[in-house]
Design a protein around this ligand. Structure first.
Ligand code: ZN
Length: 473
């Protein structure tokens, strides 16, 4: 502080604060006796980061003056990374790192700082086994060489693979999602919209942490694994089958894939970098890698966007607009081109526009049981013959999945069940004004909705009753 020209009275004040530090420790047997302490700062003292900062500033100059170490990043040499009380020394060679460690040792002696060597690790980014035989000492004792290291919350692997990172993100995501579902159950919270919001606030950030860095390295298979977390929440909340295609689940739940959120976050970050001052490192690195042909982070980002038909130049600037733009691209990719039979059926009957909007029937007006029956009907998670015929071995031919509840001799489809089957004619009469539609989708529109759900509830119960009596015969 003296060197920095901080006035005497300030230094005297700081001195006074720390003249007589008294501390107590909470133990299993209660509070300990009071004792004097002359090391460290007081617990939670706001002076701590400032004092540390004063020391660490000097370290940066000190290390930059030493020979050896560092890597080339754009046109600069980076020798160390500093974040709060975290310090990383970087070197391309073992010798360079040794020189840096020696310099750090001398620095600590000079200013009276200590390095906690049990928390200090060495990571060698290499595929060569013999490189890993190197020994690095600090104050005479060897430092542990590790395969993985977590820096600012991101797990780095010595082979530069993201497998560990992916595994940790997935693991954390499942944990957060189960925790959320348990809490919802305890609080008797069944409303889908609230659950969806909570998922976005509590689970998505855990899963996608750092995706600006690793997102573009994730394989398709990796994304499928990540998306299973979201799929599970939707299928268990709406009580639909886990075999329902992801796209149908998303459209029905009014959600978007985690991969879309990840791309949106990555683009937001790139836009932020674009607007940075030319002397900021992220900006220099992006500009530098743009000119390289190699497999760089930036090239992979471009490839990732291309996969979903996204063009950075076309992309708007605000975060909200970026998200909407990406979501629209994903929606287009999901519902155009070659789509499977189930998806085509879903679009034709229930969602002609392929919108992923809030479905009215999932709102609070409709009761729980009816809501689930509707969700099951719309996603093919029911026991109508058109579905059950697919599960038999060998698969039953489509034409043979005939309705057993009437004598019409036609396939028991959702349309037949709701609109035609004579087993429910008496119920249908009560609702005839609501049933004048060309497509099932129209039944679930605003004003018709309450009547539709109670109708579906009734015909469903009737069907269950007939089925029971058929079985007992
Ligand atoms: Zn029938």
């Amino acid at each position: 502080m003296e060197e920095l020209g901080i006035p005497d009275e300030f230094r005297a004040a700081v001195h006074k604060l720390y003249e007589q530090v008294r501390a107590k420790i909470i133990t299993r047997e209660g509070m300990s006796e009071c004792f004097g302490s002359n090391i460290g700062v007081k617990q939670g003292c706001p002076l701590s980061p400032t004092l540390f900062g004063l020391y660490i500033d000097k370290l940066e100059d000190w290390l930059n003056k030493t020979e050896g170490g560092g890597i080339q990043l754009a046109s600069y040499v980076v020798k160390l990374l500093l974040y709060a009380d975290d310090l990383i020394l970087i070197s391309k060679t073992a010798q360079g790192l040794r020189e840096q460690l020696k310099a750090l040792e001398l620095f600590c002696q000079e200013v009276g700082m200590q390095v906690n060597t049990s928390k200090t690790k060495i990571m060698i980014f290499t595929l060569k086994r013999n490189e890993r035989q190197n020994v690095f000492l600090f104050e005479g004792s060897p430092l542990e060489i590790v395969n993985e290291y977590k820096y600012l919350g991101i797990d780095f692997h010595h082979k530069l693979s993201w497998e560990t990172c992916k595994a940790k993100r997935i693991q954390g995501g499942w944990k957060a999602s189960f925790l959320l579902q348990n809490r919802c159950r305890k609080a008797e919270l069944w409303d889908w919209k609230t659950k969806k919001t909570l998922f976005g606030l509590l689970v998505t950030p855990v899963v996608l942490y750092g995706c600006e860095v690793w997102g573009s390295s994730m394989s398709n298979h990796g994304w499928r694994q990540i998306e299973r977390i979201q799929k599970h929440l939707i299928t268990s909340s709406l009580k639909v089958k886990s075999t329902v295609p992801y796209e149908i689940l998303l459209a029905e739940a009014g959600s978007f894939s985690l991969e879309a959120s990840a791309i949106a976050r990555m683009i937001s970050y790139l836009k932020k970098v674009e607007n940075m001052d030319n002397l900021r490192w992220p900006k220099m690195v992006v500009n530098d890698t743009l000119e390289r042909k190699k497999k760089t982070w930036m090239n992979q980002n471009t490839k990732w966007m291309y996969k979903w038909g996204i063009n950075m130049q076309e992309c708007p600037n605000s975060n909200r607009e970026i998200k909407n733009y990406v979501i629209e691209r994903f929606r287009t990719a999901m519902w155009t081109g070659q789509i499977g039979r189930k998806k085509a059926h879903y679009i034709r009957e229930f969602n002609l526009t392929g919108e992923h909007d809030e479905k009215a029937y999932l709102g609070t007006v409709i009761k729980g049981k009816a809501k689930i029956l509707v969700a099951q009907l719309r996603t093919g998670s029911h026991h109508l013959r058109c579905e059950t015929g697919r599960w038999t071995i060998p698969k039953e031919d489509w034409e043979r999945r005939i309705c057993l509840f009437c004598s019409k001799g036609v396939v028991e489809t959702e349309w037949h069940f709701v609109m035609e089957c004579s087993a429910y004619d008496d119920i249908r009469i009560q609702y005839k004004n609501n049933l004048k539609v060309d497509r099932l989708e129209e039944l679930f529109e605003g004003t018709k909705l309450p009547a539709t759900t109670s109708f579906i509830f009734k015909i469903h119960s009737r069907r269950a009753d007939i089925e029971k009596s058929l079985k007992s015969d």
